[in-house]
Each structure stands twice: as structure tokens, then as C-alpha cells.
Design a protein around this ligand. Structure first.
Ligand code: AMP
Ligand code: ZN
Length: 116
């Protein structure tokens, strides 16, 4: 998708170190980390949000979780734990309209999901 920053990362137009890559997904560090570990996992294919997941995307969506646990293991946070976050739309606070799963950990995390 043109002008999509995560499509540009997936296509190699923005040089990025990948922590994990499979047929359908990629993982890289968030540019503005909110915790010691903050990684984003994206499908290579442009899917704007959870609202745009279609029948046939099951494998891609499943790979997001395989990538999450692989990255968690690589960064040694499996035992202490972590959070996975997928923001959707305005109320969810989604800023980049290419679906992505945040892997957040490396420290004790607080809850912060209350309505404004
Ligand atoms: P969200 O609010 O869930 O849409 O999250 C978007 C995330 O993408 C934010 O945490 C940003 O810091 C992150 N981000 C934006 N641009 C880049 C980039 N070029 N490389 C890595 N992370 C990015
Ligand atoms: Zn995209």
C-alpha cells in the first residue's frame, strides 16, 4: 500500500533490522520504545487493522503469535512475561494503519487501558 510506513519497512524501502522474519511476517524494534523490550510484529501483506482481517488471513495472523513467542524467547522475556497489544481504530489509539502486534516487556508493566 502506497504511503504506508510499515509496507515500506516490509518492502525494504526503509532500512530496518529484523529480529524475526518468516514467510508472512516481520518483527522489528519500535522506534519509540515504552519498555526495555518493545517490538512490533507486522504481516508483510498490508492489512489495515483487525477490522480488515479476512477469511484466508488465518495463517498470517497465526504467524504473528509464532513471531511473538520467538522474539520473546530471543530477548529472554518468556519466563518473566510480557504483553501483546493490537490497537484498533481511534478508540484503540491505533496510529499506524497497518496491523501490528506490540510485544512489550522487560519490566513489570502497569494496566493503562481505562477510558479517558
Ligand atoms: P500504534 O499506536 O499501535 O499504531 O503503534 C504504532 C507504533 O509504531 C508506535 O509505537 C511507534 O513508535 C511505532 N513506529 C512508527 N514508525 C516506526 C518506524 N519507522 N519504525 C519502528 N516503529 C515505528
Ligand atoms: Zn501497509
Amino acid at each position: 500500500m502506497e504511503n504506508c510506513i510499515f509496507c515500506k519497512i516490509a518492502e525494504g524501502d526503509i532500512p530496518t533490522d529484523f529480529l524475526y522474519e518468516s514467510e508472512h511476517v516481520l518483527a522489528f524494534r519500535d522506534i519509540q520504545p515504552i519498555a526495555p523490550v518493545h517490538v512490533l510484529i507486522i504481516p508483510k501483506k498490508h492489512i489495515a487493522s483487525v477490522n480488515d482481517v479476512e477469511q484466508g488471513d488465518q495463517n498470517v495472523m497465526g504467524e504473528l503469535f509464532v513471531a511473538a513467542r520467538t522474539v520473546a524467547k530471543k530477548l529472554q522475556i518468556t519466563e518473566d512475561g510480557y504483553k501483546l497489544l493490537i490497537r484498533t481504530g481511534v478508540h484503540g489509539g491505533q496510529e499506524v494503519p497497518h496491523i501490528h502486534m506490540h510485544v512489550i516487556g522487560g519490566a513489570q508493566l502497569t494496566e493503562n487501558i481505562h477510558p479517558i
